[in-house]
Design a protein around this ligand. Structure first.
Ligand code: SF4
Ligand code: SF4
Length: 200
C-alpha cells in the first residue's frame, strides 16, 4: 500500500463526510439535533435513556457505512484505547450477565497505549462479540478515508496520523447528560472487563 499524505486523506474525507451528511433524511437530522433536549425530558430510568442515545446513534450511522472505509472484520480500531463510563460498563455487564470491575476514579490512557497485541477483550475472531450492546464510542468510530491506511498498526503512531471521523456532537452531549449524574467515572473497556466475557 502506498504512503498516504494527511492532505490526501483530508480532501477525500471532506467529500465523503459531506455526502454522508447529505444522505441523512431531514427528519432524522432533526431527531438527532433535538436529542439532548429530549433526553432530559424523558422520565425513565437512566438505562432507558442511554438506550435512546445508542439507538439514535445506530440510526444515523446506518447511513454512514457506504461512505466509510470500514469493513466487517477490519477491527484495527479495537486495539486502541476504548474509553467508556462506569455507567456504560454496568449497562454492558447487565446485558452480558457479568460484573464489570468497579473503578474508584477515572483512569486515562493514551489512544495507542495498548497496541496490536492487546485488543479489546470483546474482539473475537476479528469481530465484535458484543455488537448489540457495544459502547457509543464504537458505534461512532468510522474512518471516512478511502481505506484503513491510518488505522493500520504501523501507521497509527505516526505523528501525522489522523483518522477522519464524523463527530455528531448532539449524540455526545446527550450521552453525557445521561451518564454524568449516574456514574461518570471513565476508564478503558479493558479496565472494566479485563477478562472479557470469561470468568474473573
Ligand atoms: S475505523 Fe479503521 S480499523 Fe476500524 S473498521 Fe473502520 S477502517 Fe477498520
Ligand atoms: S466493544 Fe466491540 S467494537 Fe468496541 S472495541 Fe470492543 S470489540 Fe471493538
Amino acid at each position: 500500500m502506498a504512503d498516504r499524505s494527511p492532505e490526501q486523506t483530508r480532501q477525500y474525507a471532506e467529500i465523503k463526510l459531506d455526502e454522508f451528511f447529505k444522505s441523512v433524511p431531514p427528519e432524522l437530522k432533526a431527531h438527532v439535533v433535538t436529542l439532548p433536549k429530549r433526553i432530559t425530558q424523558i422520565s425513565a430510568r437512566p438505562v432507558i435513556r442511554l438506550k435512546e442515545v445508542l439507538n439514535t446513534a445506530d440510526q444515523i450511522f446506518d447511513h454512514a457505512g457506504k461512505f466509510a472505509a470500514c469493513t466487517r472484520g477490519c477491527g484495527h480500531c479495537c486495539h486502541v484505547s476504548v474509553p467508556i463510563t462506569q455507567f456504560e460498563a454496568r449497562y454492558i455487564g447487565e446485558n452480558l450477565g457479568i460484573q464489570p470491575v468497579e473503578q474508584k476514579q477515572t483512569i486515562r490512557h493514551a489512544l495507542t497505549e495498548f497496541g496490536s497485541h492487546t485488543p479489546c477483550p470483546f474482539l473475537k475472531n476479528a469481530e465484535c462479540s458484543i455488537y448489540e450492546c457495544r459502547p457509543l464510542t464504537c458505534r461512532m468510530h468510522m474512518n471516512f478515508d478511502v481505506d484503513n491506511y491510518w488505522c493500520l498498526h504501523e501507521n497509527w503512531n505516526k505523528p501525522e496520523a489522523k483518522i477522519p471521523r464524523p463527530t455528531i456532537q448532539p449524540l455526545v452531549d446527550a450521552y453525557h447528560l445521561v451518564v454524568n449524574n449516574v456514574a461518570p467515572i471513565m476508564a478503558d473497556i479493558r479496565d472494566f472487563f479485563p477478562h472479557g466475557q470469561g470468568a474473573a
